[in-house]
Design a protein around this ligand. Sequence first.
Ligand code: DSN
Length: 491
Amino acid sequence: MTADPVTSKAAAPGAEYAETASAAYRAALQVIESVEPRIAAATRKELADQRDSLKLIASENYASPAVLLTMGTWFSDKYAEGTIGHRFYAGCQNVDTVESLAAEHARELFSAPYAYVQPHSGIDANLVAFWAILATRVEAPSLAELGAKHVNELSENDWETLRNKLGNQRLLGMSLDAGGHLTHGFRPNISGKMFHQRSYGTDPDTGFLDYSAVAEAAREFKPLIIVAGYSAYPRRVNFATMREIADEVGATLMVDMAHFAGLVAGKVFTGEEDPVPHAHVTTTTTHKSLRGPRGGMVLAQPEFSDAVDKGCPMVLGGPLSHVMAAKAVALAEARQPAFQVYAQRVADNAQALADGFLKRDAGLVTGGTDNHLVLLDVTSFGLTGRQAESALLDAGIVTNRNSVPADPNGAWYTSGIRLGTPALTTRGFGVDDFDRVAELIVDVLSNTQPSATAGKLSKAKYTLADGTAERVHAASAELLDANPLYPGLQL
Ligand code: DSN
């Protein structure tokens, strides 16, 4: 993988072996076709659709062909519950190699004392982290107090007391409408059913995280766990300050860096903005800005590593060894200098996208960005998030609607559109391209009228002015053609 930091164009990952990858994919599709041709057809169509759309979903990316190909192997056939060298099944020597390499790359890349690469997703990674913290901070001291080494030694009464204690802990996390995530203690997710949860929000005037309000909430609520991290907050977080707050109230700091792991890996977020040295436990997905396979990962300080290591079978099913192998390949890619160039471009492009909106008078939550995402407040166009998302899709622009702080339209219709730069940056888009993307989005939204009819679906209905979709599709096609997805990959 190479990149030229001087030109505005990033080298596409895998371009150097595109011909070999083409042959591999052609052969694979031929094999699939001989068994279930409709799956082969859908696979071809998915690539065509991804090539033909402006993908601005902040949590998506395009993994390299090396990462994708690594997932299609016989490692998928192996059970390997347990952890490296301690499996509940025989014959795991090659899985041990794969898991060790993935963990080693993760430790080196993030300068982390310990890495656990088994989680299948971000939710799973957070569940492993929650239970590792509960096991370390609630279960272990209770066992010691009772003079027991293992939960199986407890009487029915003592076990019931411990179970109640485990299920009666407090968690403080960022509110959903400020950009937090469902897995940070909200009722529809298992985390909300496990913990008494309280949220911290953002400053109502600026939209920025208000650390003194977080500290106040922590002092009053006295949580066992403080979760930092977000999926829709367009600013950086000072994790050293979050750790000070946690230390003051005796809380464990857990950081969910799923969205911005690529910016940490690429050394855009360093010092107090790098969560890994400050958090007790850091969780992430591997497929967002980190550009790996779909999956999760936990990084931990030594005091939590033994408990994290028990993630499977504590809360995880058998590890997906083929995905752990792909994580190792993606992490090896992220350790290359070119990934740092990529990560910086992701941030620069988000800035250009935000500037493109601001100069066209569109409203942005917090007035801009300094990470990989922009939260556009579409009430400035008289629309709901749902209307804006649908109108943009009509014009070939793929985004997702998102709540804004104190959202008047609720979590379903919303008032915002979340836009991220990781995917199009992988295609090679630069700052001028993102200014043009802002122009196209403003074109679509300015030409969208909300439904005039009342009723339940009025917040979803809209009319797009004639000719808009065609005009924007044509302009997008120019940008997409100039920045092809998987250049040289021919099926
Ligand atoms: N689905 C991811 C996102 O879009 O942010 C996180 O769950």
